[in-house]
Design a protein around this ligand. Structure first.
Ligand code: AMP
Ligand code: MG
Length: 409
């Protein structure tokens, strides 16, 4: 079993994972599937929208020149939405019209039925109107040829609506990454299946990582290789690598005799970019590539696995989708007391954030052991401490990655 040759620092590792991450290919997806994805090309208006002058109200279309209060009009036709009138509007005439109905030839204004004597074959106008009243003009929303959505835009409900008004049935987007999550370890038992025997634990990492990957927008599959056996690992990894853009394993990547993940990967042709980061939690992280697939070997300790996902895997997934706008917010925080870090590694410390007149104050959630799953349920942010200095002084600014954006509001 190999020992770490050289640990790199967090910023170097964060740079290397992104440098080795291309965007995923552009695919066309239906409007319903496009939500949350980034548009890959500018979308232009194919025609003026709305495409025709239409009524903004229910009432009568008429000639504004005739529209004196008290005049009686003859109703010659009707124009509900989607059914244009066949007749033109002449002097003293009107067409019954409903919201969205095409303005008939000859008419230049619409009066609301509330301003007339009511529905019928004739009506009396109760209130004069001017040209253009209650009309929605062709092209008043967008003009033919306009860029309506810029490349890179996140497709949310309003963007999807706008694309639909222009007849786009599908849109070019960067596709979702396909992620395979693989837990390793002989001690692991699938939750809900049976009780634990002595020495066993439930696999929590694959569920955590599955949820994290899905939350980042990926299409995720999970596999459990409840084993540290080289053959079992090899088969599971082979399967994962064949179908995934990103494979994320947990466990078996450190320097224990049973830690065979890295060796197995190298045997399968994964090229190592780095193994080992000056980071707590998460020292043994492995990152490698094989053709278009990216491979993360995360540590087994649940907090390490989740924190390292946040720090390295999430940025990769959102970059693949062209969604760098989804990066976690980073804020400057300070502690009320000195915080030591003599590890020679950066400490990504789980903290709570409090708004104060002096900015964001951070406070450790408590014990920072990397097996304490409950600690992450309490954390608002990860404060990045050291390793250049041996900690931070009270009041000194420190960068923190905000995990729960709600705390900022
Ligand atoms: P390892 O990185 O394989 O040495 O594992 C480090 C610690 O994490 C050990 O206590 C493992 O039992 C635990 N661990 C490994 N995999 C998982 C998992 N999928 N779920 C929960 N704990 C795990
Ligand atoms: Mg293990």
């Amino acid at each position: 079993m190999q020992l770490f040759e050289k640990l790199i620092d967090y910023y170097e590792a964060a740079r290397l994972v992104l440098e080795n991450t291309p965007r995923l290919p552009v695919v066309r997806v239906s409007l319903m599937e496009s939500q949350g994805l980034a548009l890959a090309e500018d979308a232009r208006a194919k025609f003026d929208s709305p495409p025709f002058d239409n009524s903004a109200v229910d009432g009568y279309a008429l000639r504004s020149a005739d529209a004196e209060t008290g005049r009686v009009f003859r109703v010659v036709d009707e124009a509900p939405a989607g059914r244009p009138a066949r007749k033109k509007v002449g002097e003293g005439e009107a067409v019954k019209i409903f919201t969205g109905g095409l303005i008939p030839e000859g008419a230049d204004a619409v009066v609301m039925v509330e301003n007339t004597s009511g529905w019928g074959e004739e009506f009396e106008l109760k209130k004069a109107t001017a040209s253009g009243n209650n009309l929605r003009h062709a092209g008043e929303d967008v003009r033919k040829g306009d860029v309506i959505l810029r490349a890179g835009t996140e497709l949310g409900p309003p963007e999807i609506a706008l694309a639909a008004t222009q007849g786009y049935g599908d849109l070019p987007v960067y596709r979702r990454p396909r992620v395979v999550i693989l837990s390793t370890g002989t001690e692991l038992v699938e939750p809900g299946r049976r009780d634990l025997a002595r020495g066993e634990i439930f696999d929590s990492n694959s569920f955590a990582l599955f949820a994290q990957a899905r939350e980042a927008g990926a299409e995720v599959r999970r596999i459990t290789a409840a084993s540290d056996d080289a053959e079992v690992l090899r088969a599971a990894m082979e399967e994962a690598l064949a179908s995934a853009d990103v494979v994320v394993t947990s466990g078996g990547v450190s320097v224990g005799e049973k830690d065979l993940v890295k060796e197995t990967l190298l045997e399968l042709g994964v090229e190592q970019v780095f193994w080992g980061i000056k980071l707590k939690p998460g020292k043994p992280v492995f990152f490698g590539t094989r053709e278009n697939a990216r491979f993360f070997g995360l540590p087994g300790n649940p907090v390490s696995a989740m924190v390292c996902f946040e720090l390295f895997v999430r940025p990769v997934l959102i970059r693949m989708m062209g969604r760098e706008d989804k990066r976690r917010p980073r804020v400057k925080v300070h502690f009320d007391e000195d915080v030591e870090n003599r590890l020679g590694r950066m400490h990504a410390m789980r903290v709570n954030l409090y708004r104060t007149v002096k900015g964001w104050r951070a406070e450790s959630v408590g014990a920072q052991g990397s097996g304490l799953v409950s600690s992450l349920t309490k954390a608002d942010a990860l404060a990045l401490i050291g390793p250049e200095s041996e900690g931070v002084r009270a009041g000194e600014p420190v960068e923190a990655i905000v995990l729960r954006e709600e705390v900022l509001f």
